[in-house]
Design a binder for this molecule. Structure first.
Ligand code: URP
Ligand code: ZN
Ligand code: ZN
Length: 467
């Protein structure tokens, strides 16, 4: 299956590369191909797809006095179990740090620890003359995109002047500007007022981060991008009004793109409000505290996200994998939702959750491949090597069984380093059977055969998706 069609075929792999996509039973130079290879993986009745590319992950992200709990080792292994064979993680520069040092620190965390190939975007958390100069050399390092935050004042936040200057670098270099589009200063006022009224439960996180705050920031980012000529990619889009902004800008020919995440397709603010457990009471809702927040199903945001994926108003699905345990991490926010570290862990389930959208008729099989692999490769300068099954490409291949089944939850399918699953009880009418990373079988029939250090750093080129 590719992003443009499907056909029965044999995929011929030599070493780390795909060398042929042949008609079943083909003869090459007079020899029977199937009889002359070392190993045959029989995928009869199954889908053969390019390995998933998760372009938005946060291994070990420092947040709220703690750090995301998956290391590059545990997080990439969980990814592999779920049919993802490449990630693009975010190297972090914080206030007072140098961009070069932030990137070097992320190289150190990842090198020799990954199960699958990995690249980096650069978070620029302190835009100043020094960081602006440093950003100009990122493309030479294979880091062809950077993320700015219009949210989180005092942590990663950039004001409009900083956004404008960084976008000028984006225009000059061709690097893609990735934007966390929420009006952070206004959100912080609303959040303070809610806490002052005693509204401290996790649910109020989503009330403070109203969709108006996402629509407004998305519009502002679009206009600053238009003014500067920067290409813009808005991350973790959850509000239907934000999608309308993206569509409006694209209709005018602007280089503006967006991703959503499985949580904004499947989960809702109402379900978060209703979540209770013996152990955590109404604090149970902390499991789903992420930013942007879960949105109201009554207001129709989830349906709008699926619709946008069909119409290409949104181009990709990433996880924003940012896992925190309830114990010792999320529980920092008992009594004050502002102190709950933001993030959901999903890296293992993205391919399955999106395949379920094929089963339910939300998207086509081809669109599944496009949203999870081919477009991420094109958007972030990996296409040809990744995101496609064709001669010359890395042999990152997943055999997916549409007649298999996957039950998600603790003690079932769960290899992420967390003490709970945000996806507990989800049932998928499909199963990741076999996963190859550069020709090596790393997942085979529910056995993990990969090793730490299998994954290599991906030097990315500029986006191949821009108009
Ligand atoms: O809640 C989230 N999304 N945590 C990760 C940081 C970010 O803004 O992507
Ligand atoms: Zn963000
Ligand atoms: Zn993120």
């Amino acid at each position: 299956v590719s992003s443009t069609g499907r056909a029965p075929a044999d995929v011929l792999i030599d070493g780390e590369r795909i060398v042929g996509v042949l008609e079943p039973g083909s003869r090459l130079l007079g020899t029977d191909v199937a009889a002359s290879v070392d190993r045959v993986i029989d995928a009869t009745g199954k889908y053969v797809i390019p390995g998933g590319i998760d372009a938005h992950t946060h291994m070990e992200l420092p947040f709220g006095g703690t750090a995301a709990i998956d290391t590059f080792e545990t997080g990439t292994r969980a990814a592999a179990w779920g049919g993802t064979t490449s990630i693009i993680d975010f190297a972090v520069q914080r206030y007072g740090e140098r961009v070069q040092d932030g990137l070097a620190a992320w190289h150190e965390k990842a090198a020799g620890n990954c199960a699958i190939d990995y690249g980096f975007h650069q978070i620029v958390g302190g835009v100043d003359d020094d960081s602006l100069a440093a950003m100009r050399s990122l493309p030479d390092e294979g880091v062809s995109s950077f993320k700015l935050f219009m949210a989180y004042p005092g942590v990663f936040y950039s004001d409009d002047a900083q956004v404008l200057k960084a976008m000028q670098v984006s225009r000059d270099t061709g690097m893609l500007t990735m934007m966390h589009a929420e009006n952070g200063p206004a959100i912080d006022v609303l959040a303070q007022q809610l806490v002052d009224q005693g509204k401290t439960d996790p649910y109020y996180h989503g009330i403070a981060r109203a969709w108006e705050m996402e629509e407004e920031a998305t519009h502002r980012a679009i206009m600053l991008a238009k003014l500067t000529g920067a290409p813009l990619y808005v991350v973790h889009v959850s509000a239907k009004q934000a999608v309308e902004q993206l569509a409006w800008a694209r209709d005018k020919g602007q280089n503006v793109y967006g991703e959503t995440c499985p949580q904004y397709l499947y989960l809702s603010l109402e379900e978060q409000l209703g979540a209770k457990s013996d152990e955590w009471g109404s604090f149970e809702g902390a499991k789903w505290v992420c930013s942007t927040p879960l949105r109201s199903r009554e207001e129709g945001h989830q349906d709008a996200m699926w619709q946008a994926l069909r119409t290409n108003d949104l181009q990709m699905v990433s996880t924003d994998h940012c896992p925190f345990c309830m114990k010792d991490q999320k529980e920092l926010g008992v009594g004050d939702f502002r102190k709950i570290p933001n993030g959901i862990g999903s890296i293992e389930h993205r391919m399955d959750l999106m395949y379920q959208g094929v089963v339910t008729g939300e998207i086509t099989l081809e669109r599944w491949v496009e949203l999870t692999s081919t477009t991420p490769a094109r958007m972030f300068g990996l296409y040809g090597r990744k995101g496609v099954i064709q001669p010359g490409a890395d042999a990152d291949v997943v055999v997916y069984d549409p007649n298999g089944h996957t039950s998600i939850g603790m003690g079932k399918t769960h290899h992420m380093n967390m003490d709970h699953s945000a996806w507990e009880g989800f049932e998928i009418d499909g199963h990741v059977d076999t996963v190859l990373s550069r020709g090596k079988v790393i997942v085979d029939d529910n056995a993990y055969l990969g090793a730490k250090g299998d994954g290599r750093f991906l030097k990315r080129g500029l986006s191949q998706y821009l108009i």
